[in-house]
Design a protein around this ligand. Structure first.
Ligand code: FAD
Ligand code: PYC
Length: 406
């Protein structure tokens, strides 16, 4: 009690005892995307009468489960511009929050093991350079220089023929990003309600009017849905359909080691990606689980497969222990691009379809969704990402830049 008196404000955000009966806006999902939108709505548009509703705990969804790779070396002009703006926003985020996000620029190699992969890397490098993004096709000797521990022959199975090198590629501490946005929104008056599940969304005459939650009903004219792998369930509540399908994406982490791996290394062909954190752990991932499943269970099969591929690239790791594994629910779209913006229901805004690629986009999603909710106009950076594109056959094909095997 004495401590509480000395520190009346919590370090991160306040616990709110009760929900109000109405808010200017409700944000469903306290992941990075929902919290970032709340933060920019409060900071840039003075909208603070907002409730962020979270069925579990803040950052407990894909935001706290991802492998934190940040890059902008995408394939389509729309994608490149969007992620590039995100990379710009990442640069002063820690200062903005006054919180260390462990943002660390490492350089990012996407390895090519076949002629056709080399061709795709060259294609990406050229698109990237056209938009001023630092990306280039590099030869095996340059990979070896940056990563001397790599066996470029991959045990003779699939030798590395080159790579796409993206110097700005970075990693950051994922949960600190959620905390930073959450704290910043809370300090500006936004209410964050954990353990509060949205069970229904009220729509009257084509307009959103409120939400039903496990803690009572709320009326509101604006609802932003940012629930990643739960998107199909939420869309059902308002009678909208999307082509999103949900697959688990697993990851694992090793015991800490002396720093030896500076860059981020990705091999789509070997189904491996890896980076080393400031704490010395290797953070590793592979591919989507090959079946639709709404679950965050993890499997032995995944660890065995990923460990085998890691050893093809880095045979000296054979005695290193895996200490944790987990999974998230990836909301996949057919073209590997997100679904963002206004919908056919007035006041219902969507930030979804972020599958395996949305952590890096957290700042730009927050910024552009805040603009869209505050002005009821789709932000120009997201016009190509509308839900309508699937009806109009105007897809944004990003599969070749997805990094994760599919
Ligand atoms: P989330 O963080 O999942 O937040 C959504 C929240 O909504 C959850 O907390 C959930 O509990 C809540 N919710 C759901 N339903 C309800 C309801 N009815 N009521 C209230 N709350 C609800 N992206 C990258 O850019 N780089 C990477 O390296 C990368 N690696 C990944 C590795 C893994 C293993 C996984 C699973 C994903 C990875 N991603 C990566 C993708 C990235 O994690 C996601 O795209 C991003 O975190 C999505 O953020 P979000 O805020 O939209 O969703
Ligand atoms: O989007 O770069 C990415 C990524 C890597 C692993 C998962 N997603």
């Amino acid at each position: 009690f004495a401590l509480a008196k000395q520190h009346p404000e919590p370090a991160m955000f306040r616990h709110r005892d009760r929900l109000k009966p109405n808010y200017d806006a409700v944000i469903i999902g306290a992941g990075g995307h929902g919290l970032a939108a709340a933060y920019y709505l409060a900071r840039d548009y003075g909208m603070t009468d907002i409730a962020v509703l979270e069925k579990g705990y803040l950052g407990g969804g894909n935001t706290g489960r991802n492998t934190t790779i940040i890059r902008s070396n995408y394939l389509t002009p729309e994608g490149v511009k969007f992620y590039d703006e995100s990379l710009r926003l990442w640069q002063d985020l820690a200062q903005d929050f006054d919180l260390n996000l462990f943002y660390s620029t490492r350089g990012h190699f996407t390895l090519a093991h076949t002629d056709s992969a080399v061709r795709t890397m060259r294609w990406r490098a050229e698109v990237n350079k056209h938009f001023g993004i630092e990306s280039e096709l590099v030869e095996p000797d340059e990979i070896k220089k940056a990563c001397p521990h790599m066996d470029l022959t991959c045990g003779g199975k699939a030798p590395v023929m080159g790579a796409l090198y993206h110097a700005p590629g970075s990693i950051a501490r994922h949960d600190a990003v959620a905390w930073g946005y959450g704290r910043g929104a809370d300090r500006r008056g936004v209410e964050i309600h954990q353990q509060t599940e949205v069970l229904g969304i009220q729509v009257e005459s084509g307009k959103v009017t409120g939400v039903q939650t496990t803690r009572g009903n709320i009326s509101t004219p604006r609802v932003l849905c940012a629930v990643a792998g739960f998107t199909p369930r939420l869309l059902q509540m308002v009678g909208l359909r999307s082509p999103i399908y949900v697959h688990p994406l697993q990851a694992m982490v090793s015991e800490p080691m002396k720093p030896w791996l500076d860059p981020i290394v990705v091999s789509g062909s070997l189904h491996v990606y890896v980076s080393q954190t400031a704490r010395g752990e290797l953070v590793m991932g592979a591919s989507l689980d090959p079946y639709e499943l709404h679950s965050t269970r993890s499997t032995l099969d995944f660890v065995e497969g990923l460990a085998a591929h890691m050893l093809e690239l880095f045979p000296f790791l054979s005695h290193v222990k895996v200490v944790r594994q987990w999974a998230g629910m990836a909301d996949m779209t057919p073209d590997f691009a997100p679904i963002m913006g206004k919908t056919a229901i007035a006041g219902f805004y969507l930030d979804a379809g972020w599958g395996t690629w949305g952590f890096k986009a957290t700042p730009v999603c927050g910024k552009t969704m805040a603009y869209t909710v505050a002005s009821d106009r789709t932000h120009e950076l997201m016009t190509k990402f509308s839900l309508e594109r699937f009806k109009n056959y105007a897809l944004v094909g990003e599969k070749g830049a997805a990094s994760v095997g599919h």
